[in-house]
Ligand binder design. Structure first.
Ligand code: TXA
Ligand code: MG
Length: 338
């Protein structure tokens, strides 16, 4: 599929992989699918390519990038592994949505980690991502393929909406199944520290390592993972987030918008959905996995059709809620509606 502007969307095949290799080797950018969200890839060893990534996204230059490699890539070329528990984590979860932050060997551009002496490395499990990374056999720096602050893309069309005209090629691997970004885990300390919650949860890590901690990520703190301090994931329409117990206030807000001739949409899980009667709804689903997988998709659908998304706190009772709520709260401006 090709659109009128100069950004191409291509299915992943020999031709598009060849084209990707040309672009990447020429220090240009290629967006590609992963099992979490789409990534905006550039050659990690090239200052020029990494600069282009920051420019295309409008990303603050103190928010480091993750390097992506295929599953047979020897990451010892890039980083030091300081603790044996890392091998256990690799065995349990890779390839998959776990990014580990290691001590860097300084083999990639300094701009990737914004001068930090660490490097975040991820081995995505998505078949198309693996094909792309294996074909290149190079370390690829890639943030989520959205304009900075906007909701992360989970389809090739989402990437196109944000980056059309700014990059040459989007590899189309369908809708991302995971739906929220990878867990970022600091493995440079004796106890691994979660810097960003995601699909590999605290309990899953603790079950393997025997210990795990959450990093401090209050917005005002000097954080170890700079990306967590920024405004993030916001759709382009208004949003209002409610506690589950504030159902009536949410409904009042909904009715007020309707009365004023506006289009509000509820965004909620199946428990809340049962209490709604024929209203406009963006359905997230029942289980934590389903909700994570639909979250950005629904936010991006909502921004096209709604004046206001009225979101409800998600509570499935599993620790996947931590990652989901981390994104949802930020998408709704960091606050519950008052
Ligand atoms: O699922 C994902 O991780 C997606 C796909 C494309 O792989 N990528 C992604 O990248 O979410 P990005 O750039 O949107 O988020 C990277 C996160 C940020 O929170 C950043 O601060 C953190 O990883 N990070 C990267 N390098 C780091 C480092 N050396 N130390 C601490 N945090 C780091
Ligand atoms: Mg991002």
């Amino acid at each position: 599929m090709t659109f009128s502007n100069n950004t191409k969307i291509c299915k992943i095949d020999d031709n598009s992989l060849k084209l990707s290799k040309n672009l990447i080797e020429n220090e240009e950018l290629v967006a590609f699918p992963t099992e979490t969200v789409y990534g905006l890839g550039g050659l990690a060893t090239s200052d020029k390519a990494v600069k282009r990534i920051y420019e295309a996204k409008g990303r603050p230059s103190d928010n480091p990038l993750i390097v992506h490699v295929h599953s047979n890539y020897d990451i010892n070329k890039l980083v030091y592994i300081d603790y044996d528990y890392v091998y256990e984590l690799q065995k349990a979860f890779l390839p998959g949505p776990l990014t580990m932050v290691y001590r860097s060997k300084g083999m990639v551009s300094n701009l990737v980690s914004c001068g930090l002496n660490t490097l975040a490395v991820r081995v995505p499990s998505h078949k198309g991502a693996q094909e792309f990374l294996k074909y290149l056999n190079l370390p690829i720096a890639a943030p989520s393929a959205n304009v900075s602050k906007h909701t992360s893309p989970v389809t090739a069309e989402h990437v196109y909406t944000d980056l059309n005209g700014k990059i040459d090629l989007i590899l189309d691997g369908g809708k991302c199944s995971g739906g929220i970004e990878s867990t970022v885990l600091d493995v440079t300390t004796e106890t691994p520290i979660i810097l960003r919650s995601g699909l590999i949860t605290y309990d899953m890590i603790k079950n393997v390592v025997g210990k795990c901690a959450y990093g401090d990520s209050k917005p005002t703190d000097k954080v170890k993972s700079p990306g967590v301090k920024y405004r993030h994931y916001c759709p382009k329409c208004e949003t209002a987030l409610f506690k589950r117990s504030d159902f009536l206030s949410a409904q009042n807000l909904y009715n007020e918008y309707i009365k004023n001739g506006k289009k509000p949409y509820f965004m909620c899980d199946d428990e809340i959905l049962k209490q709604l009667k024929g209203d406009n709804v963006l359905r997230l689903g029942g289980s934590g996995e389903e909700i994570a997988s639909n979250l950005y998709f629904r936010l991006l659908q909502g921004e096209k059709i709604a004046d206001l998304i009225i979101a409800f706190e998600v509570c499935t009772g599993t620790d996947l809620d931590v990652g989901i709520m981390n994104r949802l709260v930020k998408a709704c401006g960091n606050n519950y509606y008052k």
